[in-house]
Design a binder for this molecule. Sequence first.
Ligand code: SF4
Length: 297
Amino acid sequence: MPTGRIPGQSGPSEQLGLDFGDLPDRLLVCTPSKLSSFADCPRRFRYGYVDRPAPPKGPPWAHNSLGASVHTALKNWWALPVAKRTADPLATLLRATWVREGYRDEEQEREVFARALAWLEAYIATLDPEDEPVGVERTVATKTSVLALSGRADRIDRRGDELVIVDYKTGRGELTSDDARGSLALALYAFAAARQFRRPCHRVELHHLPTETVAAHEHTDESIARHVGRAEATARDIIAAEKSVAAGADPDEAYPMQPGALCSWCDYRKVCPAGAQAAVREPWTAVVPREPAVELD
Ligand code: SF4
C-alpha cells in the first residue's frame, strides 16, 4: 500500500503544520525467502508475491518433496519423549508425512524414501536426544527501521552461553563454510533469535544429511549487521518497485527479469519470457544421484 499523499490534498499533518516527509517508509513485512526471491529475480518475486491471481506454477519438484519430508520427520522426532528418540520410529515418522509429489514413478519414490531414511538414521546417531533444542521449526521475529522480519529456523541449539542456528540440507551438492557465511536466511535467523531470546547468537550451521557433513560459520556482530543491511536494501528496493507500479510504472520494468541458472528451476519458467529459453529440467532431476567423477589416467 503506497504511503504518499494524494497531490493537491492536504492531510491532517499539513493542517496541523507538521511535516512527516522525513519519516521512514512503512516496514516491509517479510521472510528471508521473500527477500531472497526479489534479490535473485524481481520478476519471480512479482509472480510469487505481487500478481493476483498468481500465475500458475510448474509441476511440483521431487527435491522439494524430499526436503519437506525429511524436515518434518526430524521435527516430529524431536517432539517424541526423550526415551523414544531412537532410530526405531524414524521409518514410521518419515512415512507418515512423506510428500509424494514430483517423482518419476513409484520405483524412484521408493528408492528415494530408502535413501532419506538412511540419511535420518545416520544423522540422529550424531545427536544427543537429551540435548533439548531451544527451538525446533521455531518462528523467530524482529523489527528494524525497515523490516518486520519473521522466519522459521529448522533448529536453534544452545551451546554454552550462545545460541546456534541449525539448517538441514538435503540437496545433492556438498556445502562449505562459505555457504554458511553467505546465507542471508541464517544470518537473519541469528539476528532475530539473539533479540528474541536475549542471548548471543553468532554461529550458523548447515547440516547436510546426504554427506553427513556440517558447514559452519561464526558470525561477528559486524557480519550479521552487514547481512541485515543487505536485507534492508532489498526491502527498500521492493518498496520502491511497489510504489513505482502504484504510480503508474510498467510492472514489467519495475520487476525486471534476471535470467540465469535459476531459470531452469523456476516455478514460473513457463509464464516468463526468459524462462522459455532455459534448459528444461524434469521435476525429479535433482533427486537423481550424480554420477561419480570419472578418473582419467
Ligand atoms: S524464469 Fe528466470 S527470469 Fe523468469 S522469473 Fe524465473 S528466474 Fe526470473
